[in-house]
Design a protein around this ligand. Structure first.
Ligand SMILES: [Zn+2]
Length: 233
């Protein structure tokens, strides 16, 4: 059990390992390939300009894979803990699925975007809920302004979402907990080092992360099994 005081502020960063425990593959695992394309070749502004159909095929596949997935005990522990701690808990995820929301988390910051949202690539129309999949060759959707509708995802070479809010929360937290994240993808990989020395840094996941030296505590195991033992939510 993790000893918490009534004034502690918790920052959770969740990564691919948490979704993997619900059966959603990471797409960066085995060789990082999809149909012989490197993921960077189908998830970048360059790919979108060159071949938007290919990009939509990739995200249609990801929507189909994620749609039937259900939250696991790790998601539920975080949702319950949020109910208890309210704004003393900040949940930032690198995952683009909606499993945290399905488990009941109310305020999830999706720094890499959301798989079930789309937006216009030309105007400032608010990103909207979208579960459409495209069996190509289909006509790709356009907005009223004539722009193309694209996945609401932070692609390679794009700026992650809500970094201002995220760094404010990092500066306020007293306990930083990374769950199921490999510690490779920036800027999230530097969060632990950013707060270290001022906040406790805790890692939970099946494998030691690349940035293990930034953590004061490391709990190896499945997030769905370890988190319930650390937090009685
Ligand atoms: Zn538009």
């Amino acid at each position: 059990m993790l000893a918490l005081s009534p004034t502690d502020r918790l920052f959770f960063l969740t990564g691919a390992g948490v979704s993997a425990e619900s059966g959603i593959p990471t797409f960066r695992g085995v060789n990082g390939l999809w149909r012989n394309y490197r993921i960077e070749e189908v998830a970048s502004p360059h790919a979108w300009r060159r071949d938007p159909r290919l990009v939509w095929e990739f995200y249609s596949m990801r929507r189909r894979v994620a749609a039937p997935a259900k939250p696991n005990p790790a998601h539920f522990v975080l949702a319950k803990l949020e109910q208890k701690l309210q704004d003393r808990l900040f949940l930032c995820t690198q995952n683009v699925d909606d499993l945290h929301e399905q488990a009941g988390s109310m305020r999830v910051v999706h720094m890499h975007g959301e798989l079930f949202k789309s937006r216009c690539d030309r105007c400032t129309r608010t990103p909207f809920h979208d579960t459409t999949t495209y069996d190509l060759p289909a006509e790709l959707p356009r907005g009223d302004c004539g722009g193309r509708i694209r996945p609401h995802i932070c692609w390679f070479g794009e700026m992650p979402f809500e970094l201002d809010r995220i760094f404010r929360a990092l500066d306020e937290c007293t306990v930083f907990i990374a769950v199921g994240t490999s510690g490779v993808v920036e800027p999230a990989a530097s969060f632990a080092a950013h707060v270290r020395g001022r906040a406790r840094t805790v890692y939970v996941g099946e494998e030691e992360p690349a940035n293990v030296s930034a953590f004061t505590e490391c709990h190896l195991g499945r997030a769905g099994e370890v988190l319930p033992t650390l937090f009685c939510a």
